[in-house]
Design a protein around this ligand. Structure first.
Ligand code: FES
Ligand SMILES: [Fe+2]
Length: 357
């Protein structure tokens, strides 16, 4: 029996379902999103289609079917479905009931991302898709990447909300030193209606290993700034700047800086597993493709460190779902985010809206 997902997911919002390269060459991508099996494909006209991955006849997966034009044919008994989900052919049967078909989901392909709307299709406004400029601005270069987590997406959101863990989880990769946790504090935590923004500086520090790997000068001290933006339902943008130490970057002098822009999209697969899409872009030495490759590898290495801890947390929560956790000062952003999301889910369901913690 399928457990009810009432109150777990926000439905009326756009989620990233795939990178567009996952749909090239006639791929039929079977991907569970919000506990719903979906098949995604690109029709011959270029149109991207998302249908429920379960034929309405005998329940065969449409991802085992055949793309015909922009339609897909179930390869069990041959029923053919349009991008809207309507059945337009039943081999050997002339009469097709007009309402016969499968559920289709609104999808939009933009900036190499494929966005999907799992809620009320009438509310799916493409203008609500959050724009991330570095993905279409030629001043930035990166590489699309994907990872799967055996953990609830909010544990990943918590992790990204908290720069303090860089020092301990990523000492030798993304963080650089344990000192980062002791000597830096989040500045200006802005609580936003749909998430938060947080800024953190680390002055006169060594470059962290992932940055050292892609620059020639590995010893100059740097002033490092991270600005994180988390958005409902689980979209994270991180701006990182490395300036030669003492050049006044904190006063707005960005000459000589090297910068990164990182976008990460957490899409619940189920309540305890997550699709994680990211692209770590850089704005220097753009003619050197090895930089994007090196950054992609470094980030993957770093995320594997997160994944080990986060999946271990999930296992403990599975054993005791009522575990009570104690917040520390560094948790202000993640507490705000969880409360914001809870509020939006309650609003969507017409339930009583929880009060602020
Ligand atoms: S199960 Fe799809 S046509 Fe029969
Ligand atoms: Fe991390």
């Amino acid at each position: 029996m399928v457990e009810s997902d009432e109150g777990i997911f926000l439905k009326n919002c756009w989620y990233v379902a795939a990178w567009d390269h996952e749909l090239i060459d006639g791929a039929k991508l079977a991907r569970t999103i919000l506990e719903t099996p979906v098949v995604l494909y690109q029709g011959e006209s270029g149109q991207v289609v998302a249908l429920i991955d379960r034929c309405c006849h005998r329940g065969a997966p449409l991802s085992m079917g055949r793309i015909e034009g922009d339609c897909i044919r179930c390869m069990y008994h041959g029923m053919k479905f349009e991008p809207s989900g309507k059945c337009i052919q039943i081999p050997g049967q002339d009469m097709i009931p007009p309402k016969l078909g499968v559920r289709s989901f609104p999808v939009v392909a933009r900036d190499h991302l494929v966005w999907i709307w799992m809620g009320d299709a009438a509310k799916a406004d493409p203008a609500l898709i959050i724009d991330y400029e570095p993905l279409h601005d030629p001043a930035w270069k990166g590489m699309p990447a994907y990872m799967h987590y055996d953990a609830n997406w909010l544990l990943i959101v918590d992790n990204l909300s908290d720069f303090a863990h860089l020092a301990f989880v990523h000492t030798k990769t993304l963080g650089g030193s344990e000192e980062y946790a002791y000597q830096t504090k989040p500045l200006n935590i802005e609580r936003l209606d749909n998430g938060f923004r947080v800024e953190r500086w680390h002055m006169n520090s060594d470059s962290p290993p992932f940055h050292k790997k892609v620059i020639a000068d590995k010893t100059t001290k740097v002033d490092r700034r991270n600005i994180g933006h988390m958005h409902v339902p689980g979209i994270f943008f991180l701006e990182s700047m490395f300036a030669p130490a003492g050049t006044g970057a904190e006063k707005g002098n960005t000459g000589g800086t090297r910068q990164y822009r990182n976008c990460q999209f957490m899409t619940p697969e189920t309540r305890r597993t997550t699709h994680f899409f990211w692209n770590y872009l850089h704005n220097f030495d753009l003619d050197d493709p090895n930089i994007a490759l090196s950054l992609c590898n470094s980030l993957r290495e770093g995320f594997m460190e997160d994944k080990a801890i986060i999946e271990a947390q999930q296992k403990l929560f599975d054993r005791d779902p009522d575990t009570k956790l104690l917040a520390i000062a560094a948790d202000a952003p993640l507490s705000h985010f969880r409360w914001t999301l809870k509020q939006k889910i309650a609003e969507e369901r017409g339930a009583a809206v929880p009060v602020a913690a």
